[in-house]
Write a protein of this length. Structure first.
Lengths: 452, 466
């Protein structure tokens, strides 16, 4: 059905979307549902602040808690901006992301109070970016035109990181650009650029990829020129793994790529072949490179060297195990025994202090956010928008699964952040950007629906 | 496309479900083990934040408490009963056996659990009250003097330990600082001789052999026996008395009182392995005693069945026997209680941090070791040993004491270990005692006088209680 839509001249209806007079039919457009959900969404972080003030024996108006209050205010302010702008898009996305990011702000305050103000400033920038994208004078489908520019920008970023990458916090991988005091992680921007490129490219080529098959031995494959960019993706992922030692980004990019390929082309066969290729490449890297081998060995048996190389993983398991059902209570656990807990293991910190109840609640919030994102992509009428929404949601989903899976020793541990929760500016910015695009898309669809 | 997106959605939700199960696995299934794992730094952190409970004696005198975060033991003479508690070296004694209660992980009132969960109030542990009487323990300590050894005193009404002394002892408060010295000391101060020390019981074991002979009907206290030369040869092996009896022929009761090895060797051979082993087992010998603290398994002999020579020497208390002072105290207690072996215990009650009693000891029995008539006969024989025999040094003016000394070979070239087991008063026994003084020489010289002091004080103490 999507195909027929794409073939209709999308012009008139969509163009009118952006026309101001149509949107100004009502003086104000209250978003009661969003407001009600938001009031519920800010509660966990607020209760957390109260608990921390009791445990730390600091008054509730202590400067330490300002970033939490500030962030909750920021979310409510975002709501008001959306109301004022007569925004018509989805009313569930912001409360979900707000609840998750609120917990994130609370955890950063708990785990690294000195860094919380910084995280708050990034959150201000992030929500501003989100609002600008959500209500700004543009259309999502225009992004389709910039697919190759996105790809080029992405390549430049990768090249720059390979050449000038720095490692400001001694993680062992040079994944940042900038100076020691102000660095950003290009892979966070890269993942958005990648989705834009893939959505555009796959929409354009998907018929060719499914219909013009040629026989290659026992397989029926698309002609090589169409296949080449896909192989390039595979090469990019492996290059990240080998040169940048960034297993997380490699899995994330390749996973998102496979999801989008499957949605565009509709053949599970590609996913299977792609996964096999990636695993095969991974196996070769395992044989060739010591740092890959070390990662995998730590993953398979962290108890071999609990005081040395697998210290972090083992400490994380202790933290998880000490949480139990209801947890030690916020501020009452010892999550700081896990090195880099505020960037790599915030999930584990929550699990220790909030118990299984809290960690399951956070997982549920992510699952709801991801389902909401996919619902939006189902509602989208343009194939490009569909792919874009699926891709962006897949970024959130795969990234969450890769890092939490690593925390839980289900997959090898990687350095990707937990969306909206981990300390880190680039990550927060990129995730709010994703949220902004999704909101924007839902707004356009709502406008379109009203018209037809 | 739509179908694919739905499938992707299903796959993602499955992925999150796997994460949920993974979290549940680590937090709940593996949780308790990980939370208590020795490598988990939280174990010590939580211990440090816990207000650990106290240990008290039977009159509620404070033995061990936490003062300004430091575990402080006030009575080093009780070091082996209370044990030590160290972040570095773990715990022993009651500190170990009741760690969960003392550390506030068990028997915590609901209100406190809620307060802890909500406001993070530090954990508070419960208290343990022992059956030990500190005053009596100190008397026993002085009675032994500077020697190595052990004293066990049992309240015959209940089986409660009034004294559990093991020397040398140590100061549990400073165990972290003293560790290298304590762990290397040849006197093995960390080791609880009373319940874990294994010794050859010497002639005190004749009480067990006599019980077997009386039960088997081989002997009556009045049965005439003879030991004219002070020696006998069994299966080519010469057995001698430590001291020749004052007359050549006498009854079995005097053979016990004068500790005739010659008579008991022959009784042992006559009894045979099964009957002697069976009798010993009814006293509890041959396994580890049930007790709140660690006990070592005792044994009659590694060789089984025992050949005649070993039967003979086992019967008068040498051989391959390995028996603890606590076990020998139970032998005396069983004789004094008409054959009933009490279950020994050292913890009177445990209390939650709010003072509510969690557990109160209920006296019980390990079974009957002999017929009441046998016990009565043995009681008379043990009284005779103190009044006319070699155990005279245990006599207390105005009180009839029943007892038996023992002298057990120690290391080659070193003086023998000196033993005494007994009870008082003979007419209606209230307390039983076992004393061993390592390298103390003759039982009558060292152990018996120490036992006398302890018994006298113990009678005064239990007498004042009624």
């Amino acid at each position: 059905m999507a195909r027929s839509l794409r073939l209709t001249p999308a012009g008139s209806g969509l163009r009118r979307t952006a026309a101001p007079p149509a949107a100004r039919r009502h003086a104000a457009r209250w978003r009661w549902r969003e407001l009600a959900l938001l009031l519920a969404a800010v509660l966990p972080a607020l209760v957390g602040a109260v608990l921390l003030s009791v445990v730390w024996e600091r008054p509730l108006d202590d400067t330490r808690f300002w970033p939490i209050y500030g962030f909750l205010g920021l979310v409510l302010a975002s709501h008001l901006v959306l109301v004022a702008a007569r925004f018509r898009g989805d009313q569930v996305l912001l409360p979900l992301a707000g609840a998750i990011a609120g917990l994130g702000m609370l955890l950063v305050t708990r785990l690294a109070p000195a860094l919380a103000p910084r995280q708050f400033i990034w959150a201000v920038l992030g929500t501003s970016l989100m609002l600008a994208v959500a209500i700004g004078p543009w259309e999502t489908r225009l992004l389709e035109r910039y697919k190759y520019s996105s790809a080029a920008a992405g390549m430049i970023l990768v090249a720059l990181t390979l050449l000038f990458g720095i490692d400001p916090n001694g993680s062992g991988a040079r994944l940042w650009l900038g100076t020691r005091s102000l660095a950003f992680q290009p892979s966070e921007i890269l993942k958005v650029l990648l989705v834009v490129f893939l959505a555009g490219y796959l929409v354009e080529k998907r018929e060719l990829l499914t219909t013009h098959l040629v026989r290659w031995g026992p397989f029926r494959l698309p002609p090589f020129p169409y296949l080449a960019p896909l192989l390039a993706m595979w090469a990019l992922a492996l290059a990240l793994l080998v040169w940048q030692r960034d297993l997380g980004a490699a899995i994330l990019f390749f996973g998102v790529f496979l999801v989008m390929l499957y949605v565009a082309v509709g053949q599970a066969w590609y996913v299977a072949a792609g996964s096999a290729l990636f695993l095969g490449g991974g196996a070769v890297c395992y044989a060739l490179f010591a740092h890959v081998r070390l990662r995998v060995e730590i993953w398979l048996d962290p108890w071999l060297d609990p005081q040395g190389r697998s210290y972090q993983v083992v400490q994380a398991l202790y933290a998880l195990g000490s949480g139990g059902l209801l947890g030690a209570g916020l501020g009452n656990g010892y999550p700081l025994y896990v090195p880099a807990v505020h960037t790599d293991f915030p999930f584990v910190a929550l699990a220790e202090e909030g118990g299984l109840a809290s960690s399951l609640a956070l997982l549920l919030l992510y699952a709801l956010l991801v389902s909401r994102g996919l619902q939006l992509s189902l509602r989208a009428r343009l194939p490009f928008n569909r792919l874009l929404a699926t891709g962006l949601t897949a970024v959130l989903a795969v990234q969450t699964m890769v890092i939490i899976g690593g925390n839980l020793k289900l997959v090898p541990l990687t350095g990707v952040t937990l969306p909206f929760v981990s300390y880190g500016g680039s990550s927060l910015l990129a995730n709010f950007l994703i949220l902004g695009v999704l909101l924007r898309m839902s707004h356009e669809e709502a406008e379109l629906e009203e018209r037809t | 496309m739509e179908q694919q997106i739905r499938r992707v959605g299903t796959a993602f939700l499955l992925g999150f479900a796997v994460l949920a199960f993974g979290t549940g696995y680590w937090q709940v299934w593996r949780g308790p083990a990980l939370a208590a794992a020795p490598g988990n730094p939280r174990v010590i952190e939580i211990e440090k934040r816990t207000q650990r409970g106290g240990i008290f004696d039977r009159n509620n005198e404070v033995l061990v408490e936490t003062v300004d975060g430091r575990r402080t033991a006030h009575k080093p003479a009780l070091a082996h009963a209370t044990g030590y508690y160290s972040y570095r070296y773990g715990a022993t004694g009651v500190e170990r056996a009741y760690d969960a209660l003392l550390g506030g992980r068990q028997g915590v009132p609901l209100a406190q659990t809620v307060a802890r969960a909500l406001a993070g109030a530090p954990r508070r542990g419960g208290d343990v009250q022992l059956t030990i009487d500190v005053k009596l323990q100190e008397v026993a300590d002085r009675a032994i003097g500077n020697a190595q050894g052990a004293v066990v005193v049992l309240d015959l009404e209940t089986g409660a330990l009034l004294v559990m002394l093991s020397k040398p002892y140590f100061d549990p408060t400073t165990v972290d600082d003293d560790w290298s010295r304590l762990s290397q000391d040849e006197g093995r101060p960390l080791y609880n001789r009373a319940s874990q020390g294994l010794y050859v019981p010497g002639s005190t074991f004749k009480a067990v052999t006599a019980a077997a002979a009386l039960e088997a009907g081989i002997m009556q206290p009045s049965t005439q026996v003879s030991d004219p030369t002070g020696e006998v040869t069994i299966a080519g092996f010469r057995i001698t008395d430590a001291a020749k009896p004052p007359q050549p022929a006498f009854d079995f009761a005097h053979a016990f009182a004068w500790s005739s090895n010659v008579v008991f060797a022959q009784v042992g051979v006559q009894l045979g392995d099964a009957r002697l082993r069976g009798q010993a087992a009814r006293f509890g010998i041959g396994k580890a005693l049930p007790f709140e603290l660690e006990t070592s398994p005792t044994s009659l002999s590694r060789t089984q069945p025992m050949p005649p020579v070993m039967l003979a020497s086992t019967a008068f208390g040498q051989g391959e026997m390995l028996i603890s002072p606590l076990q020998m105290a139970l032998v005396a207690a069983a004789i004094a209680r008409g054959g009933d072996v009490p279950k020994p215990y050292v913890v009177a009650e445990t209390r939650a941090s709010d003072g509510k009693v969690v557990y109160r000891a209920r006296p019980s029995s390990l079974g009957s070791a002999m017929l009441p008539a046998t016990a009565t006969a043995l009681r008379t024989m043990m009284a005779l040993a103190v009044e006319e025999g070699f155990s005279r040094n245990a006599a207390i003016p105005g009180v009839r004491v029943g007892g038996k000394t023992g002298t057990a070979q120690s290391l080659p070239g070193m003086p023998d270990h000196s033993w005494f087991i007994g009870f008082a008063p003979v007419e209606q026994p209230r307390v039983a005692v076992a004393v061993i003084v390592e390298y103390g020489g003759w039982g009558s010289l060292n152990a018996a006088p120490a036992a006398r002091q302890v018994l006298r004080e113990a009678l005064r103490s239990v007498g004042s209680r009624q």
